[in-house]
Write a protein that binds this ligand. Structure first.
Ligand code: NAD
Length: 470
């Protein structure tokens, strides 16, 4: 604690700390004004700069930037605006008969000074969507975006300094060391999005100050296709969900578990769908972005080479080009269980496919791994769908589609254990940045006074009656 004044971000932190009550007690309309300012920046004043920055960072197509970054944050803002008045109200709760003469409510009060650490894969969305919840809940915030998408981080820094006071919201760009220094400060809440490995570092640092955390992490998301599935629908959804953002999506289908009888048909249709979406040469397609940097490119190439060394079958793709971090849409079957593609989160346009014979086999395979952030089921068999959901655990699930669970703001978004702690979006994000303060007010003399000393036989009888009947 005594070293804190030497921390390079202590001044900024102290400024936000000093101002936290003013922001915390800000009115509905003051919070609305901040959300509107952010919405205007994304919708109008900074839209083109953000699109350009993401293109420069990893050739992200404009339509994908609009859909997966700008639209999703704007939607979060619209949803929050239409519910914020209700969320800010005190929530009355029932009074048990033993507490007659009192009333109770919950005040969702701001946590205070919060830290948001975001990843590179959806840099705008995963920085600003949690910020919307933090602002709505009345917090002051320091943001540390990823160093791997520097163009986008620079524009976001401009947006923040342009539209917010530095007593309320500050964005600090920089390498991992910046996050490490920030993590030493006694924040009231940390909202981290990134890998499970770094999530553990964040949680350890938070423990030092007993800071609460939201950890939005990743992992391997299984996609199960049974023999009753509408294969054409499954293929179209999976090819889209796997290649949007070039597979660098936390809820992308990570691997396929398919019933043996439909594997060949699935592969045939998958090839046709990739051809249709990205043409014969995906490298020339304007709809196909790139791997974010050379380190991640090499990581993915190693997966492909490891699969080849282990005599897996490259059903589609498998080529790559290090000049611009390009990897073809790649489908691989016949992988042995120790292949790295079946062990690590893939986070790229490579899809392993494994066959099964029975639903029980699928369930025990999924349960042998960490709980996934997303689990997808393609089937028309209600009993099989129910059995998979009831006998596995996952942060989120879609049936006969993928990735869309993220865009319904009435659903909580987040993982479970290794794939995350806590939830985001809508009311769930608002609650994550709030403390549920329990308030009880006494109006008249209540029965609780009967139980004060000196204790007597009558009072004991009253206690016995209370335990038995009230
Ligand atoms: P990452 O964990 O490497 O980095 C995330 C952030 O943490 C960055 O801002 C980085 O600067 C910081 N960081 C990195 N190392 C650190 C350290 N040692 N100490 C402190 N801070 C550190 O993750 P990434 O590569 O940017 O993103 C990919 C991962 O994020 C994948 O695992 C993916 O599944 C996950 N993810 C999850 C979600 C979700 O909503 N659950 C969304 C997107 C990505």
């Amino acid at each position: 604690m005594s070293n804190l004044p030497q921390n390079p971000y202590f001044k900024a932190f102290s400024r936000l700390k000093a101002y936290q009550y003013e922001v915390g007690n800000s009115s509905y309309s003051a919070r609305l004004a901040k959300l509107n300012a952010l919405k205007r920046a994304l919708e109008y004043s900074y839209k083109d700069r953000l699109r350009e920055a993401l293109y420069n960072d990893f050739k992200k197509p404009v339509l994908e930037t609009d859909l997966t970054e700008l639209y999703l944050v704007i939607k979060e803002i619209k949803h929050t605006k239409s519910h914020l008045r209700a969320w800010m109200k005190k929530q009355k709760v029932e009074t048990p008969i033993t507490l007659l003469g009192t009333s109770s409510w919950i005040k969702l009060e701001p946590k205070g000074v919060c830290l948001i650490i975001s990843p590179w894969n959806y840099p705008i969305n995963l920085t600003f969507a949690p910020l919307v919840s933090a602002i709505a809940a009345g917090n002051t915030v320091i943001i540390k975006p990823s160093e791997l998408t520097p163009n986008t981080s620079a524009v976001m820094a401009q947006i923040v300094s342009d539209i917010f006071s530095d007593k309320e919201i500050v964005l600090i760009e920089g390498e991992v060391e910046v996050a490490q220094d920030l993590l030493k400060l006694p924040f009231n809440h940390i909202f981290f999005t990134g890998s499970p490995q770094v999530g553990k570092i964040v949680m350890k640092a938070a423990a030092e100050h007993l800071t609460s955390v939201t950890l939005e992490l990743g992992g391997k998301s299984p996609t199960i296709i049974d023999e009753t599935a509408d294969l054409e629908n499954a293929v179209r959804k999976i090819v889209w969900g796997k290649h949007i953002n070039n597979g660098q999506t936390c809820i992308a289908p990570d691997y396929i578990l398919i019933h043996k009888s439909v594997k060949e048909e699935f592969i045939k249709r998958y090839k046709a769908s990739v051809l249709h979406y990205y043409s014969k040469e995906a490298s020339t397609s304007d709809s196909y972005c790139r791997i974010v940097n050379n380190r991640h490119f090499n990581r993915l190439v190693k997966h492909i080479e490891d699969a080849k060394d282990k005599s897996a079958v490259i059903e589609l793709g498998g080529r790559y080009n290090s000049d611009d971090n390009f990897i073809e849409p790649t489908l691989i079957s016949n992988l042995p269980e120790d292949a790295s593609l079946l062990q690590d989160e893939i986070f790229g346009p490579i899809l392993p496919i494994k066959t099964y014979r029975t639903i029980d086999e699928v369930i025990s395979y999924v349960n042998s791994k960490e709980k996934p952030l997303a689990l997808y089921i393609y089937s028309k068999n209600k009993k099989a769908i129910r059995s998979i959901i009831d006998n596995t655990r996952a942060g989120t699930t879609c049936i006969n589609t993928n990735a869309l669970q993220y865009s319904n703001h009435n659903l909580p978004f987040g993982g479970s254990n290794n794939s995350g702690i806590g939830k985001s979006h809508g009311i769930y994000g608002f609650k994550e940045f709030s403390n549920m303060r329990a308030v009880l007010k006494r109006h008249t003399k209540g029965p609780v006074d009967w139980l004060t000393p000196p204790y007597s036989g009558v009072k004991q009888k009253l206690m016995d009656f209370t335990i038995k009947w009230l």
